[in-house]
Design a protein around this ligand. Structure first.
Ligand SMILES: NC(=O)c1ccc[n+]([C@@H]2O[C@H](COP(=O)([O-])OP(=O)(O)OC[C@H]3O[C@@H](n4cnc5c(N)ncnc54)[C@H](OP(=O)(O)O)[C@@H]3O)[C@@H](O)[C@H]2O)c1
Length: 319
């Protein structure tokens, strides 16, 4: 057994507690790392509450899907885990070397741990889920969160033409505009549908972090305004902060070339994710994707868990 201190979920109705935990011994291809930083992403919260679609219901569990750690030989690595019980929010983690990439000496562990999950959402969606053509125009629906704001920059980095950013937090939307969006649409405005129709009528790709009612309205607004309805539109479902379901009129699929797809664990395989990690680490390390972080001590996980998140700032737990 590997003894460690960890954030431990003992009930899906409570925040994790800081407790000792025994990890299984590493198997072939696995090593133990000292964890330096692990991001508190929405995905981590949904796993810890038993609500994520990969959840098995088994407890106790250590939450956390990725992090930065140091191997016994001193190497700094970014690692992702695919184990619903033994996550990354611990002083030590047992990691599969195949799900690891080496980081350069001096890499900023907190920054990498904060940015990889939100940035990867758009990076893999554009590189693995759509037939991406440089110059394509993109609508980011829900551009005010960490992942949505990064999606605007990622789309530009990957060669997008016009990028339209839509969200409800006007302060954050203004920052997203300064960070590279060509046009911003405030979704809380009475004229939002008309503005979306005007700005996004001919986009090629939608990166959708919202779902629920705002997506129902946006699909209607964009499709009915399309200049050429036979022009393909890849609508990529990535997040669901505004609701888990939508009602989709059948006519939406008949009357326009709408290709409704999703991007996430499952629709993209582990190999595909891993293949994208090195270039994404480079982009984050080189500062081409902005990230704001706040660090908190792993030992304080229980209180940190219940604190409200500051918009656009990713909390990172540090053992
Ligand atoms: N599939 C993937 O690969 C993948 C990867 C990473 C993340 N995700 C998902 O992407 C989503 C966003 O992640 P994140 O890291 O960006 O989270 P985040 O930083 O917490 O951002 C969520 C944002 O959603 C906004 N929001 C909440 N309800 C809204 C509503 N009804 N209308 C408009 N905006 C609303 C919030 O802004 P205000 O409340 O300030 O308006 C907040 O800024 C989550 O669902 C996450 O699970 C998916």
């Amino acid at each position: 057994m590997i003894h460690t201190d960890a954030a431990v979920v003992t009930s899906f109705d409570e925040p994790p507690h800081f407790l000792p935990f025994d990890l299984p011994e590493p198997k072939d291809g696995e090593v133990v790392v000292d964890v330096l930083a692990a991001g508190l992403h929405p995905r981590v919260r949904s796993g810890a509450s038993g609500a994520h679609y990969t959840s098995t219901g088994a407890l106790p569990l250590i939450p956390g899907v990725d992090g930065v750690g140091r191997r016994a030989d001193g190497a700094l690595v970014y690692f992702a885990v695919d184990d619903t019980r033994h996550g990354t929010m611990a002083a030590k983690a047992v990691i599969d070397q195949r799900r690891t990439i080496a980081l350069p000496d001096g890499a900023d562990a907190v920054r990498i741990a904060a940015a990889m999950n939100p940035a990867m959402s758009s990076w893999v969606a554009l590189r693995r889920r759509v037939a991406w053509t440089p110059g394509a125009s993109v609508l980011v629906l829900g551009a005010t969160g960490n992942a949505g704001a990064m999606a605007v920059q990622v789309a530009k980095l990957l060669g997008a033409g016009e990028v339209v950013a839509a969200g409800r937090d006007r302060g954050r939307l203004a920052l997203v505009g300064e960070a590279g969006a060509d046009r911003t649409i405030a979704l809380d405005d009475a004229s939002a549908d008309a503005e979306l129709a005007d700005a996004a009528r001919d986009v090629d790709v939608v990166l959708d972090y919202l779902w629920g009612a705002p997506t129902e309205r946006a699909i209607r607004a964009v499709l009915t305004a399309r200049t050429d309805r036979s022009r393909p539109l890849d609508w990529v479902e990535i997040g669901s902060v505004a609701g888990p379901d939508i009602a989709l009129p059948s006519a939406a699929l008949r009357s326009a070339h709408l290709r409704l797809i999703g991007s996430g664990q499952g629709s993209i395989g582990p190999r595909e994710y891993l293949a994208e990690l090195p270039s994404l680490v480079d982009a984050i390390g080189e500062g081409r994707i902005s990230v704001q972080t706040r660090t908190a001590r792993l030992a304080d996980v229980e209180s940190v868990w219940s604190e409200p998140e500051a918009p656009g700032i990713r909390t990172v737990l540090v053992p």
